[in-house]
Design a protein around this ligand. Structure first.
Ligand SMILES: [Zn+2]
Length: 112
């Protein structure tokens, strides 16, 4: 379960940025191609932060759908299945342009 190690990394990063301030919510953007289950991630978050200053904070996971761009005709489309074919020109020279994100976007901190 790689969600657990991901949560350990998030605790490290957020802990450094919060610099002792109380964190209420951590907002994440996670690409659909990352094979991360948001429910599992949120559950692991409560396990991992239990003995840290982040205990009680919430993980808000925003899922980003996968998308590809055709190199031949520039057509962009959402990635709906595993077959990478351009819906516009039928070309197979497509590149993934969204869905691999893993970003901590915002920290909601308590009032000082
Ligand atoms: Zn195309």
């Amino acid at each position: 379960m790689h969600e657990l190690s991901i949560c350990h990394s998030i605790v490290d990063i957020v802990g450094r940025h919060a610099a002792g301030r109380e964190v209420r919510t951590v907002y994440l953007q996670v690409g659909a191609l990352r094979q991360i289950v948001p429910e599992t991630l949120r559950y692991c978050w409560t396990l991992v932060n239990a003995d840290t200053p982040l205990a009680g904070s919430t993980l808000q996971v925003d899922s980003v759908p996968g998308a590809v761009r055709c190199r031949a005709c520039e057509h962009r489309q959402l990635l709906t299945d595993a077959v990478l074919v351009c819906a516009s020109c039928g070309g197979r020279d497509v590149e993934i342009v969204a869905g691999e994100e893993f970003l901590i976007t915002t920290l909601d901190l308590a009032e000082a």
